[in-house]
Design a protein around this ligand. Sequence first.
Ligand SMILES: Nc1nc2c(ncn2[C@@H]2O[C@H](COP(=O)(O)OP(=O)(O)OP(=O)(O)O)[C@@H](O)[C@H]2O)c(=O)[nH]1
Length: 309
Amino acid sequence: MPDIASEARPAVAGELDWVGMGEIEVPVSLPGTDGAVSGPARVTAFVNLTRPEVRGIHMSRLYLHVDKLLSSEPVSPCTVRRVLKEFLDSHADLSDRAMLKLRFEHMVRRPALESDNSGWRSYPIEITGIMERNQFSLELGVEVVYSSTCPCSAALARQLIQERFRQDFDGADSLDPAKVLAWLGSEQGICATPHSQRSTAEVRAKLVPSFQSFPIVEMIDRLEGALKTPVQTAVKRVDEQAFARLNGQNLMFCEDAARRLQAALNEDDRIADFWLRATHYESLHPHNAVAVASKGVPGGYGPDGAIGR
Ligand SMILES: Nc1nc2c(ncn2[C@@H]2O[C@H](COP(=O)(O)OP(=O)(O)OP(=O)(O)O)[C@@H](O)[C@H]2O)c(=O)[nH]1
């Protein structure tokens, strides 16, 4: 059979930074994630092409390595490293750099805030491994969704409630506690509410290389624990009330959310570098409020989340 990729010379010669396949469909499972399940992944498989005169790489070899290793065993840092090594071994004369990216949804059962119920959350995960000159680097990307209540709006609402209180009780010789209690429980009394919004935190973390397994659930727990107001699954009224309390106790601009996440990630010594973006999908505006933060490692992530090099 003719082998155009190997035998024919390209009409225009040149080295290529990356060449390979995107959106390969593979099922993945993860080890050691108690009570969690995973499903189909989309995989990107790339090598560079260092030989300007060679027409193409061996696409089929990348595909078969991905299929052999990712669909047959749970995905771990070790698996990613092995796949990358196979990419490079099978392109020994063409490439000295390889990349593997996996995107999938990781489903985790989450308990309700107060009731005995629980429900499923699906977290978008992106794992990226790069092997270059025998240096292996690994990045874990996670996205969590949370609620943010605007602190400014909360203060303005409180001011309106104070004004309404003055109007409604001005002139009274003494305050009747029962009347005040009823007023506090009325829509007429609590006449203004702050705006809240569904918000997302995207995090990309460069992991130190010693991991046995990907710390996906630990990372999600850390991020949600810092924000305090992750979105809920099964919700009874007791849960909704607890959520209202958490929102009231954790008023957040996007800057506050980004700093909370930054501090939480700085504490994790398994994370060598990180980039994060907090996006608040405002209900006040038709546009979003956005804050970006990183660890500040020299030569690390730039503001767009790309590894600076
Ligand atoms: N390099 C390259 N191959 C492509 C592209 N699009 C489709 N292919 C096809 O991918 C198929 C697999 O390529 P190879 O890995 O070279 O297949 P092969 O020569 O049978 O396998 P080896 O003997 O291992 O090299 C070929 O039929 C190519 O035509 C492309 O854009 N670039």
